[in-house]
Design a protein around this ligand. Structure first.
Ligand SMILES: C[S@@+](CC[C@H](N)C(=O)[O-])C[C@H]1O[C@@H](n2cnc3c(N)ncnc32)[C@H](O)[C@@H]1O
Length: 348
């Protein structure tokens, strides 16, 4: 598949400055989220002293932070210097106040996590050496980032899970029952969303023991605890306890080299029941053109920093892995508006 053409605008002093300053905006928002500063502004505009008291920080530091936040458009500011009042920008009451049902501030723990932050800070060394700088990499059982990922998911989790349920609808309607394995399930929202959509589905999720409490909690919250069971351990080593009608690998294969991806897909194939399917979901690169692929290409950089051989595959890369593992060519689905794809394949 040919990549969409991309013609970036010219590099100017302005674009250089904006790009170099971007990390400061990230720190501003992340700090305000960590201090729960937006909660302190729910009752209307307040001075820095009020906010300082609410967040438990010195007044001067709070004032300097608030004025910086205002300059970045993240809070409102009115009044003469020394008498400023700060308030919530439209949308912040819904998305950044912790008591809101639409609270999105937890995204900072994944998108701007300490671990990503540190890796991006060492990017020059990582690229120079061409490999992970971590002793304990993303493939190890207690890699801390997976805890936050399982606790909070990402903005794309729900729409991609919904797209997967849509793509599987016709196939699922033709099955008497669906025994489903969610590999590297994390929060298990992919498997659980499918179980909620298809009444006749039961989920088995596999992930490290330290991650499974998040999956169990979500199963309880979604009223699906009686249709979900869990396998703790390495998806490359554990007995997968098949046969399964459907095996889902969502945002999982990019962590591994192509060779390991094929090895895992062979295990998956041998765990499938007759008529069963494997479903892959996640970022692809090479199809959408550079701007829409920012997320996928940044993930490849993180995987360079965190794994030995992981990288976001192209569509052809996914198809090649499936072929080598003994699957027929997959049906490929777009997920509108997102740089992700779905691949659904049956064994040869
Ligand atoms: C990117 S998250 C994906 C979570 C979820 N499937 C999703 O799409 O949001 C990767 C998950 O794979 C798990 N994982 C990594 N290596 C694993 C392995 N060898 N065996 C089982 N789980 C593993 C991690 O603990 C993490 O929960």
């Amino acid at each position: 598949m040919a990549a969409a053409a991309s013609a970036p605008g010219p590099i100017t002093r302005q674009t250089i400055l904006e790009t170099l300053l971007a990390f400061k905006r990230t720190s501003l928002l992340r700090t305000a989220i960590e201090l729960r500063l937006f909660d302190a502004l729910t009752a209307g505009p307040h001075g820095a002293d009020h906010v300082a008291h609410a967040i438990g920080a010195p007044a001067r530091a709070t004032r300097i932070l608030l004025t910086a936040l205002a300059s970045a458009g993240l809070v409102t500011e009115h009044g003469a210097p020394g008498q400023e009042k700060f308030g919530l920008v439209e949308g912040a009451d819904s998305l950044l106040v912790t008591t809101s049902p639409h609270y999105a501030g937890d995204a900072a723990l994944v998108a701007a996590s300490q671990q990503e932050w540190q890796s991006m800070g060492s990017l020059t060394d990582i690229v120079r050496t061409g490999s992970t700088h971590l002793d304990q990499d993303a493939g190890s059982p207690d890699f801390p980032y997976w805890q936050d990922f399982a606790a909070h998911g990402t903005f794309a989790t729900r729409p991609v899970a919904e797209a997967l349920a849509d793509a599987l609808g016709t196939w699922a309607a033709g099955r008497e029952e669906i025994r489903l394995l969610d590999v590297g399930c994390g929060h298990a929202l992919f498997g659980l969303h499918l179980a909620r959509t298809f009444d006749h589905a039961r989920v088995v999720g596999i992930d490290w023991a330290s991650i499974l409490p998040h999956a169990r909690r979500n199963a309880r919250t979604m009223g699906l605890a009686d249709r979900a069971t869990w396998i703790a351990g390495d998806a490359f080593e554990q007995d997968l306890q098949g046969p399964y009608d459907l095996v889902v690998l969502a945002n999982f294969l990019p962590q591994f080299s192509e060779e390991d991806g094929i090895r895992l897909l062979r295990r998956v194939r041998s765990a499938l029941a007759p008529g069963g399917r494997v479903a892959l979901a996640g970022f692809t690169v090479g199809d959408f053109g550079p701007p829409r692929e920012f997320g996928g290409r940044m993930l490849s950089l993180l995987l360079l920093a965190w794994t030995r051989g992981g990288e976001v595959p192209t569509t052809e890369g996914y198809v090649k892995m499936l072929r080598h593992a003994g699957f027929a060519d997959p049906d490929v689905y777009d997920t509108p508006g997102l740089p992700t794809r779905l691949f659904i394949a049956a064994p040869h």
